[in-house]
Write a protein of this length. Structure first.
Length: 150
């Protein structure tokens, strides 16, 4: 599930750091979709214009090397381009701070912890029974976790 979340985030924000690989039409389309998803944070038309000019600014200031999102954001600030590309900076900051964790996976571990605590708290049972139950509970939780997140 976490891999799926990361893949979705990568596909959504792909246009910000892979703009050198896309045609102008594809870049425009992806930027409009991203601007629609974050309409409260990003000005759509301004963002489209920024991303149209970014490849030219990139080649003249950063060379031909492709930059990772954090490196690109740092370059914007190093070259004082954040005012020229405010929407791109906002999207990069969103990308770099977005969480890709899945709460259901964390809940599974929490349930495992509760099950183990319940088994430990059970009195009147021998240590052998506790270990058998604990081991089977852990194996069952691992099996459920693997099946759920395959």
């Amino acid at each position: 599930m976490r891999c799926h979340a990361v893949k979705c985030i990568k596909e959504r924000f792909d246009v910000i750091w892979n703009y050198l690989d896309h045609s102008a039409a594809v870049t425009d389309q992806k930027v409009r979709i991203l601007a629609t998803q974050y309409c409260k944070d990003v000005d759509g038309e301004g963002f489209v214009n920024e991303m149209r000019h970014l490849p030219f600014v990139h080649s003249s200031n950063f060379g031909k090397e492709k930059l990772l999102p954090l490196d690109l954001l740092n370059k914007f600030y190093d070259f004082k381009l954040q005012e020229r590309f405010p929407n791109a900076c906002i999207c990069l900051r969103i990308l770099l701070t977005i969480s890709a964790t899945v709460a259901s996976a964390e809940r599974s571990f929490s349930k495992l912890k509760l099950s183990k605590n319940c088994l430990r708290a059970t009195s009147g049972q021998s240590r052998v029974v506790y270990r058998v139950l604990s081991s089977s509970c852990i194996l069952n939780m691992k099996r459920l976790f693997i099946l759920e997140y395959k």
